[in-house]
Design a binder for this molecule. Structure first.
Ligand code: B1M
Length: 217
């Protein structure tokens, strides 16, 4: 039963049918299907299929865009189930997708998971330049700066943020975390980030550990 509805969610997402996705996600939750299963096996799995077709030129930007909207619609229903925030924030995080990059689905998942881990979040959105990351982090007294990039052409913009932090003598103030499909551990080390994580739940876990470690030092 749960496999059936999850499969339907994936199918409707691939067709970009946001209303159907929303309705099915609600139904799946009512049926007691685990929200993480809906996210991973329904929404993310559907998006991966769309991504594969995009790569092979079987679908184009408009189709990907409607699928992405359907994904966001599904995530909006799941969010309260995935995020259980405690009372006291454990830290503050400034998060965004780097300059030149408009992909925000993964970044939004990271934001969601960080909220769930107890962070106060400042979501800067997409196409965020180094100055904006740093100004916001300074303004709110952030513990973490989290950057997402989905394009090989925008990955270097993560380094710009770190370079500017270094130039301003602020690098040590922040835990800098990076992620996104083309990013990996080697790249993170090369540009001088503190942590790379492959997915949103690990980003939240690592951020929490790192902040608690820093605060107890
Ligand atoms: Co674009 N796109 N796209 N796209 N798009 C990719 C990334 C691409 C791989 C597709 C392909 O060719 N196979 C390709 C990049 C190729 C490359 O650079 N090597 C590509 C391209 C080329 C482009 C355009 C240039 C296409 C064009 O215009 N000709 C254009 C660029 C626009 C721009 O940004 N300036 C473009 C546009 C778009 C849309 C607008 C249509 C849409 C984005 C909509 C949106 O985000 N609101 C879109 C989409 C949806 C995709 C794919 C299909 C799916 C991306 C996605 O949302 N995945 C993608 C193909 C793919 O990735 N297979 C593709 C689901 C999401 C949950 O995964 O973001 O990786 P992801 O997040 C993961 C992890 O990476 C991690 O957590 C998440 C999982 O838990 N993570 C972090 C992410 N950020 C993190 C930060 C962290 C830690 C972990 O710490 C801070």
């Amino acid at each position: 039963m749960s496999a059936e509805i999850i499969n339907e969610i994936s199918e409707f997402l691939q067709k970009g049918r946001a209303k159907n996705v929303k309705k099915l996600v609600e139904e799946a939750l009512d049926q007691g299907v685990n929200p993480k299963e809906i996210l991973n096996d329904g929404l993310l799995a559907g998006m991966m299929i769309v991504g594969g077709k995009f790569k092979r030129n079987e679908v184009f930007v408009p189709e990907v865009l409607v699928a992405a909207r359907a994904m966001s619609a599904g995530i909006s229903i799941l969010e309260p189930k995935l995020v259980e925030v405690g009372n006291e924030p454990i830290g503050k995080a400034v998060v965004g997708t780097v300059k030149g990059d408009l992909h925000d689905i993964g970044k939004n998942l990271v934001v969601m998971m960080l909220k769930g881990a107890g962070f106060e979040i400042y979501d800067l959105g997409t196409d965020v330049d180094a100055d904006t990351f740093i100004t916001k982090a300074e303004e709110v007294g952030a513990d973490v700066i989290g950057m997402s990039a989905l394009l090989t052409t925008t990955m270097p913009n993560m380094k710009d943020v770190i370079d500017e932090l270094n130039e301003k003598g602020l690098r040590e103030k922040y835990i800098v975390m990076v992620g996104g499909a083309p990013v990996n551990d080697t790249f993170a080390k090369q540009i001088g980030a503190d942590y790379y994580t492959a997915d949103a739940p690990s980003a939240a876990e690592v951020a929490k550990e790192a902040v608690l470690k820093r605060k107890s030092a």
